[in-house]
Design a protein around this ligand. Structure first.
Ligand SMILES: [Zn+2]
Length: 232
């Protein structure tokens, strides 16, 4: 197959609509980069709400980013009745970070997005991974290994980049304060499209706002103790 060369200085960005990837995209745009957002749809429980957030975030940049590309990568045949598909027994606010690990997640994302980049002639693929990410598939060694494997196919070459390397969550949040951060989405148990307020990721989100000293305007369906928040 002959790659369809779109633009050789364009950066493909894996965007989930969460705080990290959204602000990574914002930083790249602020740096004057040309970016092509990618969303990988796997059939996960929270994706409908997440995709709406992706649309809201892309609206921040009007015509300064390329249209969203959605790549389908269903995982039901691998994950079976995993909580990420069923929405049952989702790790709560008291669970450790490791509880939200999704088997093979970054490998799946990188293979799918990396092959798309090669096919379209994009030389850079950006992931919003912070240094605090505890998972093995976010390590430098892992990323370089996948990159090497993809490049063993021969040209065009691809570089997997981490624009948030060396940036703390607090620094990222402070930088991002200029954007309507409540429009991002980072919940794994959404209730009617809202952040549930009580899952592992909602707890992480609340903590990020608190530690950065930024008001959290996110509409949550419940308070941190699981008490339902009445609509205002
Ligand atoms: Zn939640």
């Amino acid at each position: 197959m002959t790659p369809n060369f779109l633009e050789n200085d364009c950066i493909a960005v894996l965007l989930s609509g969460g705080l990290d990837s959204s602000l990574m995209l914002a930083r790249l745009v602020a740096d004057g980069k040309s970016v092509a957002p990618l969303y990988v749809r796997s059939g996960l429980f929270w994706e409908e709400a997440e995709l709406l957030a992706v649309g809201r975030v892309l609206a921040w940049f009007a015509d300064h980013v390329r249209p969203l590309t959605i790549l389908d990568l269903p995982v039901r045949d691998i994950y079976g009745d995993h909580w990420s598909l069923t929405g049952q027994q989702i790790p709560d606010a008291n669970s450790p970070d490791e509880a939200v690990y999704l088997p093979g997640r970054n490998l799946l994302l990188l293979v799918k997005a990396g092959l798309w980049c090669r096919q379209h002639g994009l030389p850079l693929l950006a992931l919003g991974i912070l240094d605090s990410n505890p998972f093995a598939d976010a390590s430098e060694e892992f990323l370089r290994t996948v990159e090497t494997a993809l490049n063993l196919y021969g040209p065009p070459s691809l570089q997997i980049i981490r624009p948030l390397q060396g940036v703390s969550k607090k620094e990222l949040m402070k930088w991002g304060e200029r954007w309507p951060l409540h429009e991002t989405f980072s919940c794994i148990a959404p209730i009617e499209g809202l952040h549930c307020g009580g899952c592992n990721k909602c707890a992480e989100r609340r903590r990020a706002f608190r530690e950065a000293g930024i008001p959290d305007l996110t509409p949550y369906a419940s308070d941190p103790n699981g008490k339902e928040v009445s609509p205002t």
